[in-house]
Ligand binder design. Structure first.
Ligand SMILES: NC(=O)C1=CN([C@@H]2O[C@H](COP(=O)(O)OP(=O)(O)OC[C@H]3O[C@@H](n4cnc5c(N)ncnc54)[C@H](OP(=O)(O)O)[C@@H]3O)[C@@H](O)[C@H]2O)[C@@H](O)CC1
Ligand SMILES: Cc1cc2nc3c(=O)[nH]c(=O)nc-3n(C[C@H](O)[C@H](O)[C@H](O)COP(=O)(O)O)c2cc1C
Ligand SMILES: Cc1ncc(COP(=O)(O)O)c(C=O)c1O
Ligand SMILES: [K+]
Length: 497
């Protein structure tokens, strides 16, 4: 393998004292690999082919398996950057070898992710693996276009072009019809005269036509927007300077990683791809999503907002969102100066919404001065937000005791150690006290709840259920308490988005 300091620096130079909160998942938090993926390993064409042979020989893989995982990595990389709501029409140009097979597999996954793929596959083989992939695509009614069928200007009909013509076995100069197809990708300008967006290019493993090791030698080759390196980047990928470089092929077992000294970032969570190289340059002002959600109208909602909240909370659980019970809590001091922080919801019913904390913390002081608060849930994966406002009271001491002792012992000790929101001279002080208390409260000994630790309950006076919709014409249904015949009743209005 070829280790190079540029453009990817070795891990140890990149492992920050505290990981950047940007890109880790809990699974990678304490791993020794980089937080933002860095790869400092590049493979020669020969090494790439050797790894292929090892995987499919002594390591027991079949080519179908590897291709399936490689194609899935390509499809998930696309989905990370280009959402089907904006970039729907995909053309996968597939070559005669395994790189082409990766393209066929990726197109199938893209279909299931909500894209509209078409295939250009001019040099088919009769190998049953490939005929099977073609049949699978045909069964999804995915069109196969001949070279003559596809427009000279690919941007006319497509939002994304997947370049799956050649991978690490490419050599020499491209032969017809791929020479012409490569030229069409080369001539995709970023913007045409009408300032229409041009199709983006994704290259699988190596931009087709590039020398596998030397890269784009004379600078006249394809300039992909996104490159998905499979297994590990090939030497030629050093010349890639587009905005999005991903690693895919999450199947490398330790013997290969060790033999080839592969120094690669770990994949976050259950992801099939990981971003490598420099973080993308993003125009923050252009970061936006166009929400598309099911209808949320007055005649579908529950009369009682707690029931409506339960419905949406269940949806958030079912969607496996990360910490669906995390909520932003806003309080204000006696002068009305506000502050916010996240806390975890620990229960809700007709009496209100409960969380636990340190009564001597900043929020604790503010609540004692000004016993009202607002809580906010944002369930991004569902395009939903819930706002709740009302007065706040402490929960009973018994309730706090009960909850405190249900927590992991480490968190109970942590609550004793932490004089929340006061200045700490250094992290070691917390650890020192923690260790002392851990020794004191050995297993079986009850850890006493600190006096100043307990719950608060917000009694809602107002709920707003928000759901994102296209063109910023969102749904907002607001419940508030109204007096009807001497009784408090919930009434609902729709607010302008
Ligand atoms: N573990 C891994 O690494 C995994 C690798 N995977 C994937 O496999 C890819 C490598 O696949 P591969 O070996 O089948 O070769 P590939 O690059 O697709 O092309 C070979 C074909 O192109 C042809 N050809 C060559 N030069 C040409 C030219 N100038 N002009 C025209 N034709 C030319 C050549 O024909 P020939 O020259 O032999 O007649 C042959 O038909 C790799 O990059 C990755 O995408 C994943 O699927 C799974 C895991
Ligand atoms: C997702 C998440 C959940 C949190 N849950 C709680 C919690 O339930 N109770 C708590 O006291 N702090 C929690 N914290 C820490 C608070 O955000 C905050 O740092 C701490 O309570 C001190 O806030 P204050 O100084 O405004 O009182 C959580 C933080 C995050 C990011
Ligand atoms: C300081 C603090 N207290 C309490 C909690 C709530 O955690 P638990 O679920 O252990 O009660 C958290 C959660 O992040 C926290 O950070
Ligand atoms: K390619």
């Amino acid at each position: 393998t070829h280790n190079s300091p540029s453009p990817f620096l070795p891990f140890h130079n990149h492992f920050p004292v505290f990981p950047s909160p940007l890109q880790y998942s809990r699974a990678t938090f304490f791993s020794t690999t980089s937080i933002r993926g860095m790869a400092d390993t590049y493979l020669s064409a020969k090494e790439a082919a050797e790894i292929d042979q090892l995987l499919m020989g002594p390591l027991g893989f079949s080519v179908d398996q590897l291709m399936e995982l490689a194609g899935l990595s390509v499809a998930t990389s696309i989905a990370e950057v280009y959402k089907p709501s904006e970039y729907k029409r995909v053309l996968a140009i597939c070559g005669p070898g395994n790189n082409g097979g990766d393209g066929l597999v990726a197109a199938r996954h893209l279909y299931h992710f909500g894209y509209k793929p078409c295939i250009c596959y001019p040099k088919r083989t009769s190998n049953s693996l490939y005929t099977g992939l073609v049949t699978q695509l045909e069964s999804l009614a995915i069109p196969f276009l001949s070279v003559e069928d596809i427009p000279e200007d690919l941007s006319r009909d497509f939002d994304i072009v997947v370049d799956a013509m050649f991978g690490f076995s490419f050599h020499g100069a491209p032969r017809p019809p791929f020479d012409d197809l490569i030229q069409r990708l080369v001539s995709l300008n970023k913007y045409d005269q009408t300032h229409q967006r041009s199709a983006v290019i994704l290259s699988v493993d190596i931009p087709s036509g590039w020398h596998v090791e030397e890269g784009d030698i004379d600078g006249t080759g394809i300039k992909p927007d996104i490159l998905v390196s499979l297994t590990a980047p090939k030497l030629g990928a050093k010349k890639f300077c587009g905005p999005h470089h991903f690693l895919g092929g999450r199947f490398i077992p330790p013997p290969i990683a060790e033999k080839y000294n592969l120094n690669l970032p770990s994949y976050p969570g259950t992801s099939m791809c990981v971003r490598i190289g420099k973080p993308p340059k993003i125009d923050v002002s252009a970061l936006r999503e166009n929400y598309i959600s099911p209808d949320f109208v007055e005649d579908q909602i529950e009369d009682d907002p707690i029931d409506q909240f339960r419905k949406w909370f269940d949806d958030a659980l079912a969607a496996a969102l990360h910490e669906p019970n995390a909520m932003a809590l806003s309080t204000a001091d006696k002068n009305g100066k506000p502050s916010s922080r996240m806390v975890l919801l620990k229960g809700f019913d007709k009496d209100g919404f409960v969380w636990y904390t340190n009564y001597d913390s900043k929020k604790g002081h503010e609540i004692s001065e000004n016993p009202r608060a607002a809580i906010l849930f944002y369930w991004g994966g569902l395009n939903r937000q819930v706002r709740i406002e009302g007065p706040v009271k402490k929960v009973s001491n018994m309730e706090s005791e009960q909850y405190f002792h249900s927590r992991p012992r480490g968190s109970q000790i942590g609550a004793i150690v932490s004089k929340q929101s006061t200045v700490v001279p250094g992290r070691h002080i917390l650890h020192q006290e923690y260790e002392e208390l851990e020794a004191k409260f050995s297993e079986g000994i009850l850890i006493p709840k600190p006096e100043h630790w307990g719950g608060y309950r917000l009694e809602p006076e107002m709920f707003e259920f928000w759901q994102g919709q296209p063109s910023r014409l969102h749904d907002r249904l607001q419940y508030s308490l109204q007096e009807v015949d001497g009784r408090q009743e919930w009434s609902v209005v729709r607010l302008a988005p």
